[in-house]
Write a protein that binds this ligand. Sequence first.
Ligand code: NAP
Length: 333
Amino acid sequence: MPKAFITGITGQDGQHLAEFLHSKGYDVFGMVKGQNNPRMSALLEEMPFIEPVSGDLADLPSLVAALEFVQPDEIYNLGAISFVALSFTQPELTANVTGTGVLRMLEAIRMVGGTENNPMRFYQASSSEMFGKVRETPQTEQTPFHPRSPYGCAKVFGHDITVNYRESYGLYACSGILFNHEGPRRGLEFVTRKVTNAVARISLGLQHELVMGTLDAKRDWGYAGDYVKAMWMMLQQDEPSDFVIATGETHSVRDLVVRAFSEVGIDDWERYVRYDPKFMRPAEVDLLIGDPTKAREQLGWEPEVDFPTLISMMVQHDLALESAKAERARREA
Ligand code: NAP
């Protein structure tokens, strides 16, 4: 069985990827940070097939030990401080984990390596946030970067060092420039899930308002389940390369809010939405839209879930989740 090693296993993409690779017959190893990670315990109940391995992107010896132990065929580096707002308040930690963490992973591969005929293949989770103040629309693999947050800056370093190690040392290293992708497993701090969860709670009478920053920012939003397939497809190519993964469609945060409220039958959504400048970023990314032509032509990858289906899936999930929680609380009261 091929072996896959995933950092960021407890995150949204780590969970989707673990499920996907398991269905393809892989032995799935997940790197777990900390000594008693509560998200990992919950994940192992849902996916007992994952083999946990201790390690931290801020600690090179732990990465070397993990690779020596697992001897993976494929490494997916999804671990990161991934929330843009947090990167503004913890920029040094973000640079260390999201940026230098990639360098540590690449160094660990150079040290442990795999065989010449069968090198460890490396996937780096790059981000559309690298385009930031966009230089052209839509954005492709050739579009210059202009990051607008410490997160975006750290991802640019991670991307460039991945390309550099491929060119300098011949590593099989790919970088997926993924545009926003969402789903019911998205953390509640991210705008899509914040909206779908609040809308579900408002419709159940558990919450009265949704407090937002800008509604004008535009993003290219896809479904996480589709995007992890693209990660795997990249590592099955004869030659490593970098790919933009996106839907090619853009929607404003306002579109997201309107659609989520309409899913629960609320048309006068403005009654429930309040603006608070504290949710504005110091520097905003106004318009992200990706051109996935290279992925379509070379990988045969296409997104399957469209924006309305995605938002509907997330709202329905949050409705079920929040009513079950409310029911449990009622029974325990
Ligand atoms: P996520 O849900 O925020 O998950 C982040 C993961 O990183 C968590 O498992 C977290 O583990 C782990 N992590 C944090 N600090 C770490 C450290 N020091 N060492 C090892 N692991 C650490 O992120 P996601 O949405 O799944 O995204 C996966 C990757 O794709 C990230 O690199 C993200 O930046 C990138 N990306 C995401 C999107 C998107 O729209 N989702 C778009 C482009 C790129 P704990 O649970 O232990 O904290």
